[in-house]
Write a protein that binds this ligand. Structure first.
Ligand code: CP
Ligand code: NVA
Length: 308
């Protein structure tokens, strides 16, 4: 019997054991990259990347990463493909997945990527949906481990919107055994059902973002308005005014706390320049690690646990 296809549609699609493997592989693959060592396990494999929303990091990290692994990429957007002319998602999935080995999709609703995966012959990776951003949290935790070791038992403070990033942090906390301190403005809370987590054990809710940051090992935030929610921009600017990560918040966190932001960032909105450009910020490592972590992910989805 053929092995079932492994998709990566949300963080909970992999086990803690699989993450341990991916973090190890990401470190090994990064080391090869830094040493200019050729590593082409995905020679002759093709990745299709479908973008229905804008991107810098996701596009560059997947595209550069796939070439570095010896493969090639096809880049599609809503505007330059039949996806924008309402070809059914199921038909697109059937066609695209007959021609490539792997598909990465950035889109709106999670239901869309789930439907695509259901009709795909090849693994599908979530490159961001309204609900989740698993590749980002994969890279963020890899970055945390590089700087501070295991994230197990640690406290991650989330300051801001109860969005795709917050949902994914919650899934990761439940799976990998750490706690998220959540502080969101009223009306922008995380919905546990949408986040897809089983219990409230791995997170605590705080009205005041200062309290969420107290004693945290990692402080992180994201834009006030995510892609797809632009019509709410003005209302969000008012609601989120006190949810700006500043040096006072970093001061009440642990002295060796890190600051992360998935980027793009808006200095003076969700984060002060002194924090994102300050000594505790690891945002550039975080961005670079998207590529190394996703190379490990692509290798794993296509080849399983390989040595080398
Ligand atoms: N963090 C992130 O996913 O960035 P892009 O939107 O630039 O891909
Ligand atoms: N929450 C943001 C992340 C961007 C990488 C968004 O969805 O727009």
């Amino acid at each position: 019997m053929a092995t079932p296809i492994k998709h990566y549609l949300q963080f909970s699609d992999l086990t803690a054991g699989e993450y341990a493997w991916l973090f190890e592989r990401a470190a090994a693959i990064k080391k090869k990259f830094k040493a200019y060592e050729k590593y082409h396990p995905l020679a002759d494999r093709t990745l299709a990347m479908i973008f229905e929303k804008a991107s810098t990091r996701t596009r560059v990290s997947f595209e550069a990463g796939m070439y570095q692994l010896g493969g090639s990429v096809v880049h599609l957007t809503t505007g330059d493909s039949q996806l924008g002319r309402a070809e059914p998602i199921e038909d697109s999935a059937k066609v695209i997945s007959r021609m490539v080995d792997l598909v990465m999709i950035r889109t709106f609703g999670q239901d869309k990527i789930a439907r695509f995966a259901e009709h795909s012959r090849v693994p599908v990776i979530n490159g961001l949906t309204n609900e989740f951003h698993p590749c980002q949290i994969l890279a963020d935790i890899f970055t945390y481990i590089e700087h501070r070791g295991s994230i197990q038992g640690k406290v991650v403070a989330w300051v801001g919107d109860g969005n795709n990033m917050a949902n994914t942090w919650l899934q990761a906390a439940e799976l990998l055994g750490f706690t998220v301190h959540l502080s969101t403005p009223s009306g922008y809370e995380v919905d546990q059902a949408i986040a897809g987590i089983r219990s409230t054990d791995s997170y605590k809710v705080f009205k005041d973002p200062m309290d969420a940051c107290r004693g945290a090992d990692l402080v992180t935030t994201d834009v006030w308005t995510s892609m797809g929610y632009e019509a709410e921009n003005e209302a969000r600017k008012k609601a989120f005014a006190d949810w700006c990560v500043d040096t006072d918040m970093m001061r009440v966190a642990k002295p060796d706390a890190l600051f992360m932001h998935c980027l793009p960032a808006h200095r003076g909105e969700e984060v002060e320049a002194d924090v994102i450009d300050g000594p505790q910020s690891v945002v550039w490592d975080e961005a670079e690690n998207r590529m190394h972590a996703q190379k490990a992910l692509m290798e794993y989805l296509l080849l399983g646990k390989v040595a080398g």
